[in-house]
Ligand binder design. Sequence first.
Ligand code: NAP
Length: 346
Amino acid sequence: MKSPVVLTGGTGYLGSNILKQLLERGYTVHLTSRNPDKSKNKGWIKELVKEHGDKLKFFSGDLMVDGSFDEAMKGATGLIHAASPFKIDKIKDAKKELIDPAVEGTRNVLTSADKAGTIEKVVLTSSAAAVYGDAVDIKEHDETVFSEKHWNTSSSIAHQPYSYSKVSAEREAWALNKGKSWKLITINPGFIVGPAVAERSDSTSIQLIIGMLNGRFKSGVPDLHFGMVDVRDVAKAHILALESETAEGRHICVNEPMSMLDIANTLEKEVGDKYPKTPKKTLPKWLTYLVGPFMADFTWRFLRNNLGIPVYFDNSKIKASLGIEFTSIDKSLKDHAEQLEEDGLL
Ligand code: NAP
């Protein structure tokens, strides 16, 4: 892939890892953010500028402002669209906070890409949440593992709005891709963990690990299960997808399934001596129903459809088509805890 490459969301948890790897691979990057002047002054961005000089160029881009990505797209050949809010609790207005930035934002970014006329490849950060909504959804299928052929049909604005924002945005991207000269590839990560490059903590990924270590779950964790993946592997998958001449379609990006207790046990093994409040047990079901709505806005419908139900994923496509070799989640969690400690976030 020739430079420059446009990256949206490069100021976030996953996006900052993509940005670092793009620059390390020699790309010139058009980084968009809502406030480029503020971004330029962040310590971690200054470090990247020191190392890579004018290969990093700053542009303004707001998902909710029509045409605001036009300038960044000029002359670019590749686009990685990673910007989208990742929030699962304290949501007051799901349409405004999640659905509109995801769906209208995707439309807005892709319309700017069309206008530029030079974009050959688009890599969209979708999610495993576009593949399934609730763990129980697997019972609707003949298979016992989720794969690229599955689509989330159970989420809505009222039930799992973040997942609904992701499936709606991915559908919008495929619809807009019809008849266009640019190729679209989606990366569909599970729950991402591992060290951040950006010094911020608003992503749900970071909040969960902070919560595990600082005592938020000290009386126990809900019996919830996710597909887990390292942030560095997800970033690499985006870049390999941009460069691949043969990769097509959707790519589930999950290393292995884990329960919240598995995550807690791994943190306990790796860094538990420093963080004695790391959870040691699963909360009984009845207690989860009682405290769930206060713990993380878990509704009873969400708990009924997810509690105690493991999820499994077929990750063979991404290994074969992009050659991804997954980092062990033990290492991801250890490195993540160390980075949070170094950045004073614990
Ligand atoms: P994050 O740290 O909160 O980053 C979100 C990014 O989106 C930030 O760069 C933010 O830019 C940008 N953004 C949000 N609203 C915007 C708006 N209105 N206009 C322009 N930019 C906006 O979250 P993350 O965890 O890295 O998530 C990044 C992507 O990965 C999202 O698409 C998410 O759905 C996807 N994903 C994440 C996970 C996970 O476990 N973390 C799993 C699967 C998929 P600002 O600097 O302007 O705030």
